[in-house]
Design a protein around this ligand. Structure first.
Ligand SMILES: [Zn+2]
Length: 498
């Protein structure tokens, strides 16, 4: 038997236990180390740290993460304006003229002054490349002149989504542009392998992947070589094909399984197009992407064919519409349909979400990124709505299944957990235990996900992480993942230089 005994750590959910034994991919014993003195196993010292179930990130864009990690696209998140433009300039110089240059992750809400990138900036720094610079939320992109020429047909197909003076495009036009700038299968595989290494280093052992433009079936097949469990969520437009293929939510194996189909009810707060009921500080109430009739029909169709739905809904007006659609569709509680982000849910909506048997996937890192004085939420929506946004506490107290995910902004469960524990407003703040649960057992609930249960118990898969200290309020922001096992196999926790 090829067994491992991990000892000298606090085992999550098992007070008084300091050792965990695993073999053949599964957990074989949990208890006090002395109990395992005679077991023939490789012994690994947890050095007094915490032994947790592997993290489950309930909402990722792993392909983007991987394309950036392997250098195929340029990551300008975390850059100030000058740095972002500097990196675009350098990447432009290193490519031959006329090539696409995709840069992602810029966020003017963290710049001073908060001025978005514009066509003229991009023309100045990278005139020869066709630059597409996608905002951090993915709902807005800025193009330079070369990109406008190269993508003319694509952008002209959705003219009202383009502002030619600033080079800004929105929503569907961003999606269409990005499908022009598309990696082939070999690059996709390289990207996923790079993304899996990033996940292992952060303690993520299962990732819910929004497959977007990629072939979801190819992703499921690739999952077998990644040592990362994937739950794949294709776009709702693919529903007919999926049904014709005879697959449904939950199908698959322990490495790759089908999640639900993804819909978008609105945009984002950063782009001021999340559908809110009271105006933004700058005016406007955002926009609903669907009329009610097609939305409920889409949800009802998925439900009828055994498909869970995941509907992106951020503003209270969008959340209200999605709830109404589920009520009208009478959707199946056993599928545990999901609402993604759920940032501006009102108290009444939280209660209705519970009554309809829905689950929510929320992003505690959003609070870390954008909540509090001077942050994006306050600037866009005013202090009152900042204080009320991302109501993790009300969601938990109401008994709604709550899973956490990062939406890739950035990937990193410990950052999300610390953000929820140290959140600026009372309604967002939860205990360290609840925050860890959000990223483990809570996220497992999002897929009725049998093998990756987000817990440590005999018989479950040995998806295990070790932190370098206790899970408590004060030190959380400084904790890091020192070891990760997936299915009992040790993974590298070295973060590679990008
Ligand atoms: Zn997303």
């Amino acid at each position: 038997m090829n067994a491992t005994l991990l000892f000298n750590g606090q085992v999550w959910g098992h007070p008084g236990s300091n050792a965990i034994l695993f073999a053949e991919g599964g957990i074989a014993g949990i208890g006090e180390a002395g109990r395992f003195a005679d077991v023939d196993a490789e012994r690994v010292d947890a050095r007094g740290g915490s032994i947790l179930p592997g993290f489950i990130d309930g909402h990722t864009h792993l392909i983007d993460t991987g394309l950036t990690a392997c250098g195929w696209q340029l990551d300008i998140s975390g850059c100030d304006r000058a740095e972002a433009l500097g990196r675009i300039a350098a990447a432009g110089r290193s490519r031959s003229g006329g090539e696409w240059l995709l840069a992602t992750g810029w966020d003017e809400s963290r710049w001073n002054p908060a001025t978005r990138l514009e066509l003229a900036d991009l023309d100045r720094v990278a005139p020869r490349s066709a630059v597409v610079a996608v905002r951090v939320d993915g709902h807005l992109a800025v193009l330079n002149s070369a990109a406008l020429r190269r993508g003319r047909k694509t952008v002209e197909a959705v003219p009202r989504l383009l502002d030619p003076s600033t080079g800004e495009v929105r929503e569907a036009a961003v999606e269409r542009l990005r499908s022009l700038v598309h990696p082939d299968a070999a690059i996709l595989y390289e990207a996923l392998r790079a993304a899996a290494r990033v996940c292992h280093a952060l303690g993520i052992t299962t990732a819910h992947v929004m497959s977007g433009r990629a072939d979801p079936l190819a992703l499921l097949e690739m999952a077998h070589n990644l040592r990362l469990r994937l739950v794949v969520h294709p776009p709702a437009e693919r529903l007919d094909r999926l049904v014709a293929d005879g697959v449904r939510t939950g199908d698959g194996d322990e490495w790759g399984r089908w999640g639900g189909v993804k819909l978008f009810a609105d945009g984002s707060i950063g782009a001021r197009n999340a559908a809110v009921s009271s105006r933004y500080e700058c005016g406007g109430r955002g926009a609903l992407n669907y009329r009610f009739e097609p939305l409920w029909r889409q949800i009802a169709a998925a439900d009828r064919h055994g498909w869970q739905t995941l509907t992106h809904a951020i503003g209270d007006r969008a959340i209200g519409q999605v709830l109404r659609a589920h009520r009208r569709a009478g959707s199946d509680r056993d599928l545990r349909h999901r609402i993604e982000h759920y940032e501006l849910a009102t108290d009444a909506q939280v209660r209705e979400t519970r009554d309809l048997g829905l689950a929510v996937c929320m992003q505690p890192n959003f609070v870390g990124n954008w909540s509090g004085a001077g942050g994006l939420y306050e600037t866009a929506l005013g202090p009152e709505r900042d204080a009320a946004c991302n109501p993790f506490r009300a969601v938990l107290e109401t008994g709604i299944p709550l899973g956490f995910g990062s939406d890739g902004m950035p990937l990193g469960p410990l950052y999300g957990i610390a953000s929820a524990v140290q959140a600026p407003h009372a309604g967002q703040r939860v205990s360290p235990e609840a925050a860890v649960r959000g990223y483990t057992a809570g996220s497992a609930l999002l897929s009725g996900n049998a093998p990756a249960a987000g817990a440590l118990a005999v018989g479950l898969p040995a998806d295990i992480v070790v932190l370098d200290g206790p899970v408590d309020d004060d030190g959380l922001a400084r904790r890091s993942v020192v070891r990760t096992w997936v299915g009992g196999e040790p993974m590298s926790c070295e973060m590679e230089d990008r």
